[in-house]
Ligand binder design. Structure first.
Ligand code: FKS
Ligand code: ZN
Length: 675
């Protein structure tokens, strides 16, 4: 048990010098990549008081040695010569590559951009800060060993991953590429390297979208020793929403990432996958980045480095970066807006990548095979030619409008504890002053959370079943929904299974209680002997989290029964991911005898990263099958549970219920030619 409070600082790395290059000749393909991109981010971070809350780490220039970790000597020397070129020569030089422009000062900026990334890795790896973000130009993820591409000169994040391995001895590095473009440069760098897991989702449209590569599809999984360590989710339609992104995280990235168990996480953090972006044409709102960030913060003991890539709608860009930095700083994530069912096309892609990776990851062992309809439909190679021809007729999406994310106010108290007098309260927590640990204290604590005066709470109670009953009853007087997560054996279904949906109970227990399933009472298996990392990926990431996100509670009650069977790290991971819901309002109830978990629970509630869960064992077949049956039954009610596209009976039309209803998706559909 560790109650020691770790360093919680967030690094921000930025230098104005990186705004000092721009496109010098007319070129429609490159005009969106401007110095203003960095300027508006910097202004927004200052305006929202975020810069001041971060530790400012200076940039440095990357050295030749750093560049040579990924790039060829010839290419490096060629780029160096651009510093002395005139405009005509720069234009000529740029022409050898795809969608890039050079400038006399870009080599200097590229040194700072890669150097800033390495400074971030150093600060996070050595524990000076716990996480951070580098705001850089030029971006990096398209750049290859001997070629610039897509505004990128050197591959900042690929260099950083090699550097972390060589300089710091990192054993496993996870790269999450949430930019809307495929970072083919990163993919190529690590294609046969099992120590770097690369995940990317990207606008693909059956290879019709830039960079139009066959190897951006879901069936490219890596090569030789690195087979299985490259994860591509191609988006074949524009207009993807928050639900599509969350589904990709819950059903693809997170289970595999937890199984991989990285010791460092790097994010190629482009924000062109957000609403309003002219390149991405997607519909996810800026607040989704709070959740994506939160969901990565408990991997690698919290060692998380974000490096700016794309993002071309200046409003959406700055809002998204602010949401991200708030979360890095530990501010509770806002409740996600507009969660509708994931769309048919996204589910198809998710299904395809899960089945392509089934042989390599035991957390996907039960994933469904590709139905023949999809494998034929995705038989891309014949279609590509005809698709590419259509590229000329560019779609026009009218100016989209979306509400500005609400300001994020953290409650004055983060964690309040209600403990018997003889139990020392953990560092950093506030004792909830109300005398005895009784129902009155619990209710008062809940009221304070509801009023946003306290973020979360922990109570050590005499009888956890009774306490839960009381809490749930009190919650029924609230206007909003409460998610009750009960871990361990207890009689809960009679006491508070509500039909009106004001309470949703997810009950993890040893009992086979399939006959009790209702829309708002979900009995989920937690068998003796299966309560480890693989249980977490199946039961928590694949089931609880999607349901929780879709239910969108205003309070989460997490009750731990005596002998619940979870070890500290799994319990902490569970506690940590639940804090993405209900603006972090979690009330944890623990039985008196379980004192030992007070410290670890409190540290997680305070926002410390949960520890890694240790070795991943293949999940037991019988139990996973039971869980799969449950997920199947429930997915009619809880559509975020889907990880396959429903069969459409042969026709091309997605089934009725998957047509979205929310305004912006209709807007997109009506303004684009249907394909
Ligand atoms: C304009 C076509 C532009 C090139 C797109 C490059 C995207 C770059 C990026 C990065 F993160 F690297 F900046 N084609 N209609 O956003 O991926
Ligand atoms: Zn991009």
């Amino acid at each position: 048990m560790s109650t020691e409070v770790m360093k919680m600082d967030t690094a921000l790395i930025y230098d104005e010098e990186m705004t000092k290059y721009k496109l010098l000749w007319p070129n429609p393909a490159c005009e969106i990549e401007t110095p203003e991109r960095l300027m508006v981010i910097n202004e927004a971070l200052k305006k929202n008081g975020l810069s001041d809350r971060c530790v400012s780490v200076p940039v440095r220039e990357a050295t030749d040695e750093d560049f040579l970790l990924v790039h060829s000597k010839e290419y490096l020397e060629a780029v160096k010569t651009t510093a002395n070129m005139n405009v005509e020569e720069l234009m000529e030089f740029s022409k050898q590559y795809n969608d890039v422009y050079f400038h006399q000062n870009i080599y200097h900026c590229a040194k700072l951009s890669a150097g800033a990334t390495l400074q971030l890795v150093d600060s996070v790896w050595t524990g000076k800060v716990r996480n951070g973000m580098a705001l850089v130009r030029p971006p990096g993820h398209h750049s290859m060993r001997s070629a610039a591409s897509g505004f990128c000169v050197f591959n900042n994040v690929a260099i950083a991953a090699q550097y972390a391995k060589q300089k710091h001895g990192a054993k496993r590095v996870l790269i999450v590429d949430w930019d809307v473009h495929h970072g083919q440069g990163v993919q190529y760098s690590f294609k046969d390297d099992p120590s770097v897991l690369y995940f990317s989702w990207h606008r693909f449209e059956h290879q019709k979208f830039w960079p139009n590569l066959k190897e951006s599809d879901y069936d490219y999984v890596g090569e030789e020793g690195g087979t299985g360590f490259n994860l591509n989710i191609p988006w074949n339609k524009v207009g993807m929403t928050n639900s599509d992104y969350l589904s990709a995280f819950c059903h693809v990235l997170l289970p595999i990432a937890y199984e991989f168990s990285p010791d460092l996480v790097l994010v190629t953090a482009g924000f062109d996958a957000a609403i309003g972006d002219p390149e991405g044409k997607m519909c996810a709102t800026p607040d989704i980045f709070a959740h994506l960030t939160h969901l990565l913060m408990n991997l690698a003991g919290g060692k998380l480095c974000l490096v700016l890539e794309g993002g071309y709608n200046l409003t959406s860009l700055q809002q998204s970066v602010c949401q991200t930095v708030h979360t890095l700083l530990g501010d509770p994530a806002p409740r996600p807006a507009y969660l509708e069912p994931p769309c048919h096309s996204a589910l198809e892609s998710i299904h395809c990548v899960r089945s392509a990776h089934k042989p390599y990851w035991s957390s996907l062992r039960h994933a469904a095979e590709l139905p023949t309809s999809i494998s034929t439909q995705c038989n891309k190679s014949e279609k590509v030619g005809e698709m590419l021809e259509k590229e000329g007729e560019e779609e026009s999406v009218e100016e989209l409008d979306w509400p500005e994310p609400p300001t994020r106010v953290s409650p004055p108290v983060r964690t309040s504890v209600v403990l018997p007098d003889d139990v020392p309260y953990p560092d950093g927590c506030k004792r909830f002053k109300l005398g005895a640990v009784d129902d009155g204290a619990l209710k008062a604590l809940m009221d304070k959370m509801e009023m946003n005066q306290i973020c979360n709470g922990l109570a050590l109670v005499r009888d956890v079943s009774m306490a839960m009953k009381c809490v749930v009853q009190h919650a029924s007087s609230f206007p909003n929904r409460v998610l009750v997560v009960c871990v361990g054996d207890a009689e809960v279904q009679d006491s508070h299974s509500t039909k009106d949906g004001k309470t949703l109970t997810v009950h993890f227990s040893n009992k086979d209680s399939e006959e009790l399933i209702g829309k708002y009472y979900l009995p989920v298996c937690l068998k003796k002997g299966w309560s480890d990392a693989s249980w977490f990926t199946q039961a928590v990431l694949g089931l609880l989290l999607p349901v929780g996100y879709q239910y969108d509670p205003s309070l989460v009650v997490l009750a731990r029964m005596p002998d619940c069977g979870l070890c500290d790290s799994v319990w902490q991971q569970l506690t940590a991911v639940l804090q993405g819901l209900a603006q972090g309002h979690t009330l944890v109830l623990v039985q008196e005898g379980e004192k030992a978990c007070v410290g670890p629970t409190a540290s997680t509630l305070l926002g410390q990263a949960a520890p890694s869960m240790g070795k991943f064992h293949a999940p037991p077949v019988k139990e996973v099958e039971a869980l799969e049956r449950l997920r199947h039954k429930l997915q009619a009610d809880w559509k975020l549970l889907r990880n396959t596209a429903p069969e459409t009976g042969g026709g091309d039309e997605p089934d009725e219920e998957f047509q979205s209803t929310v305004w912006f998706k209709n807007l997109i559909k009506n303004t684009l030619p249907s394909n």
